[in-house]
Design a protein around this ligand. Structure first.
Ligand code: FAD
Ligand code: UDP
Length: 379
């Protein structure tokens, strides 16, 4: 078989590049994925109760990028959805990210007001402050607050999720859920938020429907690579697996998902409830709150974090910390030495904690580069 590009992985990264290269440059593409479906970790399907379920954990789309939103809007319409998360702290469900409303719920009014005023005068209303930064405050009220939030919200959740303490990871990890000096209870404040109206899988089908794109599922690219001739390759799997783990395994974090179906219309008060201090799972998400389906039945997904073991479970998260970056650098060096044209991209190949919009944005910028190179080459 002869194609212009072999694309390994049919997730956001691979599908965006396949779509762009096929429709904008008339390239012939073979997309290969070892799973039995397209969409990567954003894949969804209807379960036996007819509830649209995210097989690899809850996926809420959010972005500030007009470019990315408009790009994906060619392949889907959107259900407007603003995600809310509650965290169980001392038996109470409080809004997350921890904000001024959370503050009022966990402390008596007098103390809450003192802490609220201290936050506003130190950082300003509307500011977002990562927990590891708040801990460094010189104001003793704020250090008291930081200790409380660190111990009740971050420490045990992070230990469960990563097997590490917050300070053993890059600050950007806990910085994803900063203390928010605001009364806005939404989990994200991005300009564009929602879920594909008919699901992610339908959107991916539309992206990959071009006549120049062939999709081969249930296939590890290593099984077919010798039978395909191609000019370039995009690889979106784990970068260490590409090089047969020659410098050792790059650590990823995995999860086990347990699905619960109930004959009730709704169970939770918010799309997701986090359990920082209780149980072995980190959070429970109610799918019908995300999709808005009203059928009298509901489905919940419970997430149990685990170490990643190649061939045994899935590598869901890169683990952002210095020692892993050093190992990653060795693999990146190997990638630079390759004689063949191979582009490494995506959450697993870049080893970066991308959200969906970032994976799509990265693929769009790679496409711009390829287009530029081709234009320069042809002059
Ligand atoms: P992937 O989706 O991982 O796709 C890579 C594909 O490559 C996979 O399908 C894999 O099977 C395939 N592959 C790997 N190796 C091979 C091989 N050797 N041969 C053939 N195929 C191969 N982002 C958000 O924006 N909002 C959210 O709410 C959100 N929630 C998330 C919840 C969880 C539990 C997880 C794990 C992630 C979440 N994300 C969320 C992140 C989102 O899943 C990623 O940003 C996105 O899926 C990355 O796309 P990708 O194409 O880079 O990688
Ligand atoms: N986090 C936490 N407690 C919470 C929520 C988040 O400690 O209740 C920390 C934890 O380290 C987590 C990180 O913040 O891994 C990022 O959270 P996010 O909800 O963005 O994780 P994701 O949705 O990517 O799994």
């Amino acid at each position: 078989m002869k194609v212009d590009w072999l694309i390994v992985g049919a997730g956001f990264t691979g599908s965006t590049l396949a779509e762009r290269l096929a429709t904008q440059m008339n390239k012939k593409i073979l997309v290969v994925d070892k799973r039995d479906h397209i969409g990567g970790n954003a894949y969804d399907e209807h379960n036996t109760d007819g509830i649209l379920t995210h097989l690899y954990g809850p996926h809420i789309f959010h972005t500030n990028s007009e470019k990315i939103w408009h790009y994906l809007s060619q392949f889907t319409s959107w259900r407007s959805y603003h995600h809310h998360v509650l965290a169980v702290v001392d038996g109470k469900e409080i809004p997350l990210p921890f904000n001024l409303n959370s503050l009022q719920e966990v402390f008596p009014a007098g103390l809450a007001n003192v802490l609220e005023n201290a936050l506003i005068s130190e950082f300003g209303y509307g500011k977002k402050v990562p927990i590891l930064e708040l801990q460094k405050s010189s104001n003793e009220h704020l250090r008291f607050l930081a200790d409380f939030v660190y111990n009740k919200v971050f420490l045990n959740y992070t230990r469960k999720q990563w097997g590490l303490r917050p300070e053993e990871l890059d600050a950007s990890v806990t910085g994803r859920v900063p203390i928010y000096i605001s009364r806005d209870d939404r989990y994200f404040q991005d300009k564009y938020q929602g879920l594909p109206e008919f699901g992610y899988t339908r959107m991916f089908k539309n992206m990959l429907s071009h006549k120049n794109i062939k999709t081969m599922l249930n296939t590890d690219y290593k099984e077919i690579i010798d039978e395909v001739q191609f000019e370039g390759m995009v690889y979106t799997g784990p970068i260490d697996a590409f090089f047969d783990h020659r410098f050792g395994n790059l650590p990823y974090r995995s999860l086990e998902f347990k699905t619960i179906s109930e004959n009730k219309p709704r169970i939770q008060k918010a799309g997701t409830v986090n359990y920082p201090n209780d149980y072995d799972y980190t959070r429970i998400t109610e799918q019908t709150i995300l999709t808005g389906q009203e059928s009298g039945k509901t489905t919940l997904i419970v997430e149990y974090p685990q170490a990643y073991v190649p061939q045994v479970n899935e590598p869901y998260y890169p683990i952002p910390r210095e020692e892993n970056r050093i190992l990653l650098e060795q693999y990146l060096e190997e990638a630079r030495k390759l004689k063949e044209k191979v582009i490494f991209a995506g959450r697993l190949a870049d080893y970066k904690y991308y959200n969906m919009d970032q994976a799509c944005g990265r693929a769009l910028s790679i496409f711009d580069e390829i287009l530029k190179e081709e234009k320069n080459g042809s002059h």
